[in-house]
Design a protein around this ligand. Structure first.
Ligand SMILES: NC(=O)c1ccc[n+]([C@@H]2O[C@H](COP(=O)([O-])OP(=O)(O)OC[C@H]3O[C@@H](n4cnc5c(N)ncnc54)[C@H](OP(=O)(O)O)[C@@H]3O)[C@@H](O)[C@H]2O)c1
Length: 229
């Protein structure tokens, strides 16, 4: 990034989000803001401002947005994911997935639009997953259980495409990014072997730097490879 950038990472208390704010805070030309659901005095990173925000709570999202007047890049990392087959997931539990992983980003993007419009960069990066890739999931023999989580991430991808279509005339870049298999609380549910959060975060930050409006409608993974929708 050449000129000063303001980057907001939603869901920065731990895992990939925390690694992202750590990575961004080391940049001299970047103002980094991270959100947490519960204020935590132990999260005291130099050069990172923490703001309270729960993506499932409209008022909390609106309050955070009122405290942040300008952003170049909005990274929506907050998410939930367990290994829940749709066969055994109740409708209420599926609704929770959708609330956190789809309605949450919808609330956040709408609330932070004025802050994004206040700058020229206008970049929105929902952190998605290959579990939401219908192209991959529908391949014969595709391994791994995506289940209810996959349903929510596929909907998140469509949300990103629709925001792109409606915001492209204003010069917005809306690109979902799969972070890879990462050794976090979520990633470790699939066993050991996920990459360190810092490795994924460094690659995502580099990838995001280069994304412009012409990359909208492409689904990327952390290392810059294109993922099937
Ligand atoms: N790890 C992987 O291998 C992997 C693979 C593909 C995609 N992803 C995606 O990457 C993103 C980050 O995953 P992760 O592995 O870092 O997960 P994680 O370790 O479980 O962390 C999840 C983050 O989301 C926050 N969050 C959850 N619900 C929230 C809510 N209602 N409002 C605001 N924040 C909320 C959590 O905050 P609290 O601390 O308050 O709970 C935490 O900061 C997710 O979107 C996930 O789907 C991860």
């Amino acid at each position: 990034m050449s000129s000063e950038q303001i980057v907001l990472v939603i869901g920065a208390s731990r895992g990939i989000g925390l690694a992202l704010v750590e990575e961004l805070s080391a940049r001299p030309n970047t103002q980094t803001i991270g959100t947490v659901r519960i204020p935590n005095a132990a999260l005291d990173l130099p050069n990172v401002r923490f703001v309270t925000l729960d993506v499932t709570d409209e008022e909390s999202v609106a309050k955070a947005a009122s405290e942040i007047p300008e952003i170049d890049t909005l990274i929506i990392n907050a998410g939930m994911g367990k290994r829940d087959p749709v066969l055994t997931t109740s409708t209420a539990d599926l609704a929770t997935y959708l609330d956190v992983n789809v309605l949450g980003p919808h609330r956040a993007i709408r609330a932070f639009l004025p802050a994004l419009r206040a700058r020229k960069t206008r970049r929105i990066i929902p952190i998605s997953s290959t579990s939401g890739s219908i192209g991959q999931q529908a391949m014969p023999g595709s391994g791994g259980l995506a289940g209810a989580y996959g349903v929510s991430k596929a909907a998140l991808n469509m949300l990103a495409v629709q925001f792109h279509k409606e915001l492209q005339k204003e010069g917005f870049t809306v690109v979902p990014v799969h972070p890879g298999w990462v050794a976090t609380d979520m990633g470790n549910r699939h066993g050991t072997g996920g990459m360190p959060p810092a490795t994924s975060a460094q690659a995502i930050a580099k990838l995001v730097d280069g994304l412009t409006a012409k990359e909208s409608t492409t689904f990327y993974q952390w290392d810059g490879k294109v993922v099937a929708w």
